[in-house]
Design a protein around this ligand. Structure first.
Ligand SMILES: Nc1ncnc2c1ncn2[C@@H]1O[C@H](COP(=O)(O)OP(=O)(O)OP(=O)(O)O)[C@@H](O)[C@H]1O
Ligand SMILES: [Mg+2]
Length: 207
């Protein structure tokens, strides 16, 4: 049987990687075959694209160029990593995916959701996640928890106003796709939030 695809979304420092590591522990304990991957990157070509996107020296990168680079990295990841794992029946768990493009490039950069959907048509049409966990915590709260932004990351260096637009973008997606896009309160401690994530995935028939 073909595997399912799930993604984790949220602002910088919302706890995606932490919860995904906890989920990996759970999947291993329960002998559930899975594949973990992250965006942008996850394979040699996409990791190279990632370093171009995140390099703080690339101050002149246009929003459209940024959106197209993310889309290009995604297509390669789908081909090299995600499709083979789904074909093997694995549960694919992705740290960021198409909704990051909707929130960051579509909303915060102002390109609009239609533009982002069109350049990512391959992913939206063939690989829409079965379910997306949105870790809901405001950028202010998340940055406070991780003690500030990572200065080596071009996206994290954007100011709070930008990250608040990203957050508003996520809330907009949550409203427009209540079936797939699950909002999980991520303000509490790690264990508490992880239990919420597990409950949500069970309620949606993923676990
Ligand atoms: N529920 C939580 N309670 C307290 N601290 C947390 C919680 N979740 C994550 N953290 C801490 O917040 C910081 C950011 O978490 P993490 O790296 O998982 O976020 P992320 O969403 O993957 O961020 P990035 O966008 O930078 O990849 C880490 O220091 C982590 O230990
Ligand atoms: Mg992370």
């Amino acid at each position: 049987m073909r595997g399912k695809l799930i993604s984790f979304e949220g602002c910088e420092g919302s706890g995606k990687s932490t919860k995904l590591r906890m989920l990996e522990g759970y999947l291993q304990e329960h002998n559930i075959p899975y594949l973990y991957t992250r965006e942008p990157g996850g394979n040699p070509i996409s990791e190279r694209i990632r370093s171009i996107i995140l390099n703080p020296e690339n101050t002149g990168m246009t929003p459209a160029c940024e959106a197209l680079l993310y889309a290009a990295a995604r297509v390669q990841l789908l081909h090299d990593v995600i499709e083979p794992a789904l074909a093997q029946g694995k549960l694919v768990v992705c740290d960021r995916y198409v909704d990051s493009s909707l929130a960051y490039q579509g909303e915060a950069r102002g390109l609009g959701q239609d533009f982002v959907r069109s350049v990512n048509a391959y992913a939206f049409e063939n690989y829409l996640p079965d379910c997306t966990v949105f870790l809901d915590i405001t950028p202010e709260q998340a940055f406070a928890r991780k003690h500030g932004a990572d200065e080596n990351d071009r996206m994290e260096r954007e100011g709070l106003a930008f990250h608040n637009k990203v957050y508003q973008g996520y809330l907009k997606i949550a409203q427009s796709e209540p079936g797939r896009f699950i909002r999980v309160d991520a303000v509490g401690d790690k264990q508490q939030t992880f239990l919420r994530v597990l409950n949500a995935l069970q309620a949606h028939g993923i676990l």
